[in-house]
Design a protein around this ligand. Structure first.
Ligand code: SF4
Length: 337
């Protein structure tokens, strides 16, 4: 039984059922939020508690850190191994506003995006809420730094593991524990349309990012198979409904791939598609993956693209290239191992 998998009420009930006082749940939640996960380090929880029948298996389980890569800019990429041996990546990044972590929501991915290393071997399995929380705690332990912002944009499609993702968000948002603000969390989807609506209802304060990468439905289907199930028009319609309902701005991630989606005709289509929407475009120079034929354009091209979008009234930025001296593309480290 991994405490990190439990919402506060679940933990409290579990403890009470074993005949121990419910306030121990607050103590455990509080310690874990501070990164204290070993029973002997939780100073106000007696040894007898952990030896109670029914609680002997109750522990905070963190993944093992198998490998780390440190970039000169402070980015740290970690390969983490779960209890059953499956591995995922998490990336720690430093920004002016605080420390951020990009976590994985699944081991592998079944979405099959053509340019991505994470989905190359398909989906291994979903991660539990506690395993996602464990990524944060393990990386904090490894780096010695406190994390204030979370981006669910690593390996996996978070909306393909929605129940566990939702529970994870509720656990880390709980004021009795980690108390991480909803606005400090960003979830990125490749476009599972039915879940976008649900997410807007369940978590209107959490930031939503859409991996767009093409503004023409046929071209998008070529690089992102999800578009065959949920075509671009339906996706944009769902995004419009989301912004109307929540009043929140959506970030569209657009990875610039040389000669695939980065010329003037693509720019025109992208600006027509997003005209008048409450949104922001994040242009990402492609992190090349050795096994794939896609190539990155120049940073200058990305800046031209950004300027052109801005001139057409669409807010856009070029993502800072963090960790460019390590295996920065998502899934590369896991694939290597
Ligand atoms: S880009 Fe994201 S959704 Fe697409 S295959 Fe990679 S991990 Fe999955």
């Amino acid at each position: 039984m991994n405490i990190l998998d439990l919402e506060f009420k679940e933990l409290e009930n579990f403890i009470k059922e074993a005949g121990q006082p419910g306030f121990r749940a607050s103590q455990l939640y509080g310690w874990i939020a501070k990164g204290v996960t070993e029973p002997e380090d939780m100073r106000n929880v007696p040894k007898a508690f952990w030896e109670t029948e029914g609680l002997k298996e109750l522990r905070a389980e963190l993944p093992d850190v198998v490998t780390t890569q440190h970039s000169e800019d402070g980015t740290v990429k970690c390969l983490l191994r779960m209890k059953d041996g499956c591995s995922v990546e998490a990336v720690f990044m430093k920004y002016k506003y605080g420390n951020s972590i990009c976590i994985s929501s699944q081991a592998g991915c079944r979405m099959g995006c053509a340019f991505c290393a994470s989905g190359m071997n398909g989906l291994e399995r979903d991660l539990t809420p506690g395993e996602m929380y464990g990524e944060i705690l393990a990386v904090e332990k490894e780096t010695g730094e406190k994390i204030s912002h979370i981006v669910v944009m690593g390996t996996g499609e978070p909306f393909d593991n929605y129940e566990n993702l939702s529970k994870f968000i509720r656990i880390i948002n709980d004021p009795k524990g980690r108390n991480l603000g909803m606005r400090n969390i960003t979830v990125s989807t490749c476009g599972l349309v039915p879940v976008i609506e649900r997410f807007g209802d369940d978590f209107p304060q959490v930031n939503l990012a859409i991996s767009l990468h093409a503004a023409d439905s046929r071209e998008r289907s070529e690089i992102m198979p999800v578009n065959r199930a949920y075509p671009l028009e339906e996706l944009i319609e769902a995004c419009r409904r989301y912004t109307e309902k929540t009043g929140r701005r959506i970030t569209f991630e657009y990875t610039l791939i040389k000669d695939v989606n980065d010329d003037k005709k693509h720019l025109d289509k992208l600006s027509d598609l997003l005209k008048g929407m409450l949104c922001h475009v994040n242009l990402i120079p492609l992190n090349e993956v050795k096994e794939k034929s896609f190539r990155s354009g120049t940073r200058e091209r990305a800046q031209e693209f950004r300027d052109a979008l801005e001139n057409r009234g669409i807010p856009a930025t070029v993502r800072r290239e963090l960790g460019s001296d390590i295996d920065a593309a998502c899934g590369q480290l896991r694939a290597k191992k």
